[in-house]
Design a protein around this ligand. Structure first.
Ligand code: IPM
Ligand code: MN
Length: 354
């Protein structure tokens, strides 16, 4: 049996992970993988129940699983909770605790959705890129101070640091990813200002000697943000640090039509974790209107990377693509006047297509 720990988390997390589990069960009937599911608490929901966002047993269950399927955490309900107990600490703690150093965020445009993009169709059509985001270092995990008095004024600070081995590890994965795609790697930093970025750029440049077949270029993050909107087709693989990767991947999601469609894989030394890149969307939680496709496509990535079930992964991706090309739409991707499906209906359509 293959054990999958499911962490719904907060907000729409429950609905979208329910959908993905239904799809995985359907896949299991077909491909006889032998999937076993175990649900665990994390996020604000866990804070309410146990007084902490990431209970030790949740982390332990993940360590003993073959893979983790994660929904989303957070919500304004917990805005006034102490920083170290915020729901977001659950996902950050899982990333650190499982050593999930690389977050793969693929962005592909389904032909059926080209017209829905806020960007011009001729601009987005054919875009196919993947952001490789460093996930356990940088400013997210540096020392910080919530409040101190300095020169008579209150201030706060967050420290960014990157070591050469940390950059080498993520850059190696990015080069390897580029090698089996179109052989193009863009490294994104802010080397005109930041010391961490200058070390990043030096390290990536040095590593490039080992990958003569990969064409490497460097972009400053501000320029990259603009290039993503102006000419997304120029990109194959983008590698960047934790904070820049967070921001650029939300921006890149627009190319694909909706952030609700975007999956991700967080690859680590132990168990890997799969989650949509969108958040917990508390405003639409419990209304059966969230788009489950980002999570369903994350489940496909789980099958591909953790369980090495490429055919099953492809089957899910094809079913999602078919649902879109047949014109099925959730609210986030429906054009005015188009019929809008709920989370459950969309899930059922995808299961039937499987
Ligand atoms: C993401 C999210 C998280 C992040 C939050 C919830 C901590 O925005 O996965 O992109 O910033 O990494
Ligand atoms: Mn984010």
């Amino acid at each position: 049996m293959k054990k999958i720990v499911v962490i719904p988390g907060d907000g729409i997390g429950t609905e979208i992970t329910d959908s993905a589990v239904k799809v995985l069960k359907k896949i299991d009937e077909k491909f006889k993988i032998g999937l076993e599911f175990e649900t665990r608490d994390a996020g604000g929901t866990a804070y309410d129940k146990f007084g902490e966002p990431l209970p030790a047993e949740t982390l332990n269950a993940c360590k003993n699983a073959d893979a983790v399927l994660f929904g989303a955490v957070g919500g304004n309900k917990w805005d006034n909770v102490k920083a170290e107990l915020r729901p977001e600490k659950a996902i950050l703690g899982l990333r650190k605790g499982l050593g999930l150093y690389a977050n793969l965020r693929p962005v592909k445009v389904s032909d059926a959705l080209i017209e829905n993009s806020p960007l011009k169709p001729e601009l987005v059509g054919g875009s196919d890129l993947v952001i490789v985001r460093e996930l356990v270092g940088g400013i997210y995990f540096g020392d910080r101070c919530e409040s101190e008095i300095h020169n008579g004024a209150e201030r706060a600070w967050d420290l960014e640091n990157y070591s050469v081995p940390e950059v080498e590890r993520i850059a190696t994965l990015a080069f390897e990813t580029a090698k089996i795609r179109r052989g193009k790697l863009t490294s994104v930093d802010k080397a005109n200002v930041l010391a961490t970025s200058r070390l990043w750029r030096r390290t990536v440049t040095k590593l490039a000697e080992k990958y003569p077949e990969v064409e490497l270029n460097h972009l400053y993050v501000d320029n990259c943000a603009m290039q993503l909107a102006v000419n997304p087709k120029q990109f194959d693989v983008i590698v960047t640090g934790n904070l820049f990767g967070d921001i650029l991947s939300d921006e890149a999601a627009v190319i694909g039509g909706s952030i609700g469609l975007m999956p991700s894989a967080s690859i680590g030394e132990l168990t890997s974790l799969y989650e949509p890149i969108h958040g917990s969307a508390p405003d639409i939680a419990g209304k059966n209107i969230a788009n489950p496709m980002g999570t369903i496509l994350s489940a496909a990535m789980l099958l591909r990377y953790s369980l090495k079930e490429e055919d099953a992964a492809k089957a899910i991706e094809n079913a999602v693509d078919k649902a879109l090309s047949e014109g099925h739409r959730t609210a986030d991707i429906a054009a005015p006047g188009e019929k809008v499906l709920g989370t459950d209906e969309m899930t059922e359509i995808i299961c039937n297509l499987l």
